[in-house]
Write a protein that binds this ligand. Sequence first.
Ligand SMILES: Nc1ncnc2c1ncn2[C@@H]1O[C@H](COP(=O)(O)OP(=O)(O)O)[C@@H](O)[C@H]1O
Ligand SMILES: [Mg+2]
Length: 236
Amino acid sequence: MTATTLRLSAQGLSKIFTLHVQGGVKIPVFHNLSFEAHAGRCVALAGPSGAGKSTLLRSLYGNYLPDSGHIKIRHRSGWVDLANALPREILDLRRYTLGHVSQFLRAVPRVSALDVVAEPLLAVGADEDKARNRAAELLERLNLPERLWNLAPATFSGGEQQRVNVARGFAPSYPILLLDEPTASLDAKNRRVVIELIAESKAKGTALVGIFHDQEVRDAVADDVFEVESFKETVA
Ligand SMILES: Nc1ncnc2c1ncn2[C@@H]1O[C@H](COP(=O)(O)OP(=O)(O)O)[C@@H](O)[C@H]1O
Ligand SMILES: [Mg+2]
């Protein structure tokens, strides 16, 4: 049996949203979920729309605090539990260990596409030329026209923004990478580039957790499938 390296362990996770501005209505999303992610493998989160896949992925990035359970992340030769990590630990984790390709790019005004992609490399002290070369290499592979590289992505089309977002997520080699529908607005040619990028990062030892709307992409990249089942009972 080949030994695999555990990178992320979610244990007994539950999430209930409380709508404080709407009379405290409770929306139970998922209950008691457990799964693991290992180096060099990709787990696909599956389930119908509204099952809680994005909420789970955002919890794994520390955007939402789970109501119960643990999210243990391998970080700097130890383990950090996102269920009780300090804000500065979460920032350090995101800088060095945990990448996230969100469904939509949060475009920062006046920052060029090239700089948006190079930024996570510069944040860990990469040489400026190397960071920009890596950014250019990724934007080229993802077929983003070169005339757009020095423009801010705010005015880009959905597919162009998504390619900038994908390039940014794959620029560093994170030990763990979370992907929320990275190919949803891409054409077949660029979907294949994303499939290649995922395969390359698996080969480098990244543990990936992703939501793949596209069956073709999921079949091509997923080593494991984790079904997210929504919580059906009502909560008093
Ligand atoms: N920030 C939030 N506040 C309240 N409810 C939310 C929030 N985010 C998601 N939800 C609800 O949680 C459920 C799961 O949503 P989501 O995780 O986006 O599902 P999926 O990604 O599987 O389609 C939905 O019913 C959605 O309305
Ligand atoms: Mg979603």
